[in-house]
Design a protein around this ligand. Structure first.
Ligand SMILES: NC(=O)c1ccc[n+]([C@@H]2O[C@H](COP(=O)([O-])OP(=O)(O)OC[C@H]3O[C@@H](n4cnc5c(N)ncnc54)[C@H](O)[C@@H]3O)[C@@H](O)[C@H]2O)c1
Length: 269
């Protein structure tokens, strides 16, 4: 037995770590935040939905036995984001992990997209992601602790979804993926790993809204999504828990600048 080989279960533990999750009030962000808490990290949720965020962290705190705090904030507000990160680091005593799940979508033919809606989706998905990454890295560098930053891109960074149109959303996710790679290179000397998770179709409020917007056609659209997925179904949010825990942990110590697609095989066809 090689005594220099660390035990893999210990490597996966996040005991004593501090994690910030944006968009943690519901959906994929909530499940990932819960996974980090179940693995031992104290968690801070940043979300526009302050009330849902507070309920989410109360549930996590009582069920996972870790400190969990909620911060109502719009991630596009760079000054507020900077202030919040300062306060979170002070209250939690450090910062080791960031997951950027806050994001929006808007299904609309490109011809009809308004300039305001286009700017808004880039502001939330790209600028908001960048501001949070920047603040997390600033603290990790100042504290000299390094850390793990995990962005939530999408399979839409690689493929064009069908039958619905949301070209600007797809472009924002390609931008998130490139930010992930560029910042992984820039911050590697500071022992900060930057990686991306790219989900396929998951059953969340975001996708339920997309389907509801189509009325009766929504059922057909869901069937098309599932038929185009080799596994023949949408993902369940808890199916991101293992991946996010792995990327956050020391088990991924040589993983940076890369992406894990969790899409039931959608992009393999
Ligand atoms: N659901 C999917 O199939 C899927 C697929 C690929 C990628 N994604 C990405 O995963 C992430 C989470 O998606 P979801 O399906 O859980 O969506 P969701 O709508 O259920 O959750 C998104 C969360 O982000 C928050 N949020 C939105 N704008 C914000 C802002 N400006 N500031 C702070 N918080 C804000 C919302 O309040 C919400 O709690 C998104 O980035 C999405 O693009 C989702």
């Amino acid at each position: 037995m090689d005594s220099s080989s660390p035990n893999v279960v210990s490597l996966m533990s996040l005991k004593g770590k501090v994690a910030v999750v944006t968009g943690g009030a519901r959906g994929l962000g909530y499940e990932m935040m819960r996974a980090l808490a179940e693995s031992g990290a104290s968690v801070a949720c940043i979300d526009l939905l302050a009330e849902s965020g507070a309920e989410a962290v109360a549930k996590i705190e009582s069920e996972c036995g870790v400190k969990a705090t909620s911060w109502g904030c719009d991630v596009t507000n760079d000054e507020e984001v900077a202030m919040l990160f300062d306060q979170i680091v002070q209250q939690h005593g450090g910062l080791d992990i960031l997951v950027t799940a806050a994001g929006i979508n808007n299904v609309c033919p490109a011809i009809d997209y308004t300039a305001d809606t286009f700017r808004k989706i880039f502001d939330v998905n790209v600028s908001g992601t960048f501001f949070c990454m920047q603040q997390a890295a600033k603290h990790m560098i100042r504290l000299g602790t390094g850390g793990s930053i995990i962005t939530i891109a999408s399979m839409s960074a690689h493929i064009t979804n069908r039958p619905q149109c949301h070209a600007p959303y797809n472009a924002t996710k390609a931008a998130v993926l490139q930010l992930t790679k560029s910042l992984a290179c820039e911050w590697a000397p500071h022992h900060i790993r930057v990686t991306a998770i790219s989900p396929g179709y998951f059953d969340t409020a975001m996708n339920r809204a997309v389907l509801a917007q189509q009325g009766e056609e929504g059922t057909k659209m869901r069937d098309i999504w599932e038929a185009n997925t080799p596994m023949g179904r949408m993902g369940v949010p808890h199916e991101l828990k293992g991946v996010v825990t792995f990327l956050a942990s020391d088990a991924a110590s040589f993983v940076t600048g890369s992406e894990i697609l969790v899409d039931g095989g959608y992009t393999a066809w």
